[in-house]
Design a protein around this ligand. Sequence first.
Ligand code: MN
Length: 130
Amino acid sequence: MIILPGRSSGLPTEQRTSTFTGTVWADPVLPTTDGVTINTVTFTPGARTYWHHHEKGQILHVLAGSGLICTEGKRPRTLRPGDVVWVPPLERHWHGAGPDSFMIHLAVSLGVTNWHDEVAESDYTATTDE
Ligand code: MN
C-alpha cells in the first residue's frame, strides 16, 4: 500500500470566520509558497466568502456538493463537482455553498487576497445564471 500525502503535515484545519459568512473550514494542502496558497475549503449550506479579489488570480476545482460563484455585476453561477474556475487577477467576486447543499473546492490562490465587504443576502439569493 502506498499513501501519497494530500495535505500539509503539521498544519491544523482552520475555521474561517472574519471574512466568511456561515461555517467554513480550510484545510491546508500547501502553505503559502512563493505567493501560492492551496487549501481544501468546505462550506456548509449557505456559507460563502465575503467579496474579495486575488492579486494574481485564483483557480478553483469543485470536489463535492453544489455551490455558487459570482463576479460583481453578474448573477451567481452554479458550481458542480468537477467544475474548474479561473478567476482573473483583481476580479471582485465571491464563492460558497448553495443554500441547500455543502460545497467543497480546492482553492489555488495566487498572490495576496484582498477582502472587502460581506455578501448581502439579496446578492446571495439572486437568481442564478446557469
Ligand atoms: Mn476567490
